[in-house]
Design a protein around this ligand. Sequence first.
Ligand code: SF4
Length: 68
Amino acid sequence: MRKPKSVSFQIGWNACINCGACVAVCPHDAGFISPFDTIAVDQPCDIACLLCEDICPVTTITHTVVEA
Ligand code: SF4
């Protein structure tokens, strides 16, 4: 599968345990954070490495492709 240029993340807030792992692994600058100390869900991610999805211990991060 070709890597998308830009994705938008969704987080299942009921499952999230606020471990901070997604933020720790994210290569974005500090601004890519939600008010709940997870990766941002209100702005597109133009790196789309998806490391946050891989590291989330409760696998509650998903994404939709904004720009393929
Ligand atoms: S890695 Fe998953 S469980 Fe941890 S803060 Fe991020 S979304 Fe929540």
